[in-house]
Design a protein around this ligand. Structure first.
Ligand SMILES: C[S@@+](CC[C@H](N)C(=O)[O-])C[C@H]1O[C@@H](n2cnc3c(N)ncnc32)[C@H](O)[C@@H]1O
Length: 276
């Protein structure tokens, strides 16, 4: 945690001292793969707010430094949190900081390498690393449970476009929501009066598109969106009527509904689908 020290009467400069009586890390000191540089508290709040962190979340900060992100996640959002950090002195400082913030029961720190330690239990992952490290972590992040939120201070994820851009006064960040895998041909059941319904989806991260085949009709999808495991899409039939499908997707199974007034029914129609 930063201790702001005024340099005394008449001093022009305000210097920032980090750490405590036992250890004072220096901004820019080298770490294993990236140097230590703390995220400013207002930006930590903006990143965690963007990720909509709640008390039911498990937040993992990869490269946790002095622990500011896990500690704020616990003190301000009530989340259980874990920091993984390679530098043992920073780990010990982070543990003391968590005790001082009275969240020693909610926050823990693992002394280890982010490329070795397991963070698959996270519902929110926070990063302040480097573009190439984000890119290296990307395959692991994409295998996490759909809906897991990833926030990064400063650095993007190459061609995985963010779901949200985050701007603080002096820093920027990004939010991604891990998308479910939905690419392929889905056999749909439940559309009243229509047999042979298939949904063909193409996917690049969370961006999806494709068409739906209703009997003999092939209709291009409009406004197809994927957020975690939530799929929503629209299509216009030959009579120029717009239809909307909302569904949740998990392990090759889709469950949802076609919204009221669509096709041959005036009520919401439950829809089930399976990936062929
Ligand atoms: C830019 S700092 C960010 C610190 C903290 N997450 C924050 O936002 O205030 C990056 C941290 O990652 C740590 N680090 C670098 N490579 C690491 C690795 N392979 N495994 C674990 N920690 C690492 C560094 O020691 C440093 O504390």
């Amino acid at each position: 945690m930063a201790l702001w020290l005024l340099m005394g009467a008449g001093a022009q400069a305000q210097t920032t001292k980090f750490g405590d009586e036992i250890y004072q890390p220096i901004r820019g000191q080298m770490g294993r793969d990236v140097m230590w540089m703390p995220t400013a508290q207002d930006h930590v709040m903006n990143l965690l707010n963007a990720a909509k962190v709640t008390a039911s979340d498990r937040v993992y900060d990869l490269g946790a430094g002095d622990g500011i992100i896990p500690i704020v996640a616990a003190t301000q959002f009530g989340a259980k949190s874990v920091g993984i950090e390679y530098n043992l002195k920073l780990v010990e400082l982070a543990r003391r900081n968590a005790q001082r913030a009275n969240v020693g029961d909610k926050v823990s720190f693992v002394h280890g390498d982010i490329f070795v330690e397991d963070f698959s239990q996270a519902t929110v992952v926070t990063l302040y690393l480097l573009p190439e490290l984000n890119f290296q972590l990307r395959p692991t992040l994409l295998k996490m449970k759909p809906g897991t939120r990833v926030v990064s201070n400063e650095f993007d994820m190459s061609d995985w476009q963010p779901d949200l851009f985050i701007q603080s006064e002096r820093a920027k960040g990004y939010l991604w929501i891990v998308p479910a895998e939905v690419a392929g041909t889905w056999i749909l059941q439940g559309l009243a009066g229509v047999t042979n319904t298939t949904l063909h989806l193409s996917q690049r991260f969370q961006k999806i598109g494709g068409h739906i085949t209703l009997g003999q009709e092939q209709l291009t999808l409009l406004g197809a969106e994927l957020s975690g495991d939530r799929l929503s899409l629209h299509f216009v039939d030959g009579k120029q009527v717009t239809h909307s499908l909302k569904a949740r997707v998990s392990g090759g199974v889709m469950e949802g509904e076609l919204l009221a007034g669509d096709l041959n029914s005036s009520t919401n129609q439950p829809i089930k689908g399976r990936l062929r």
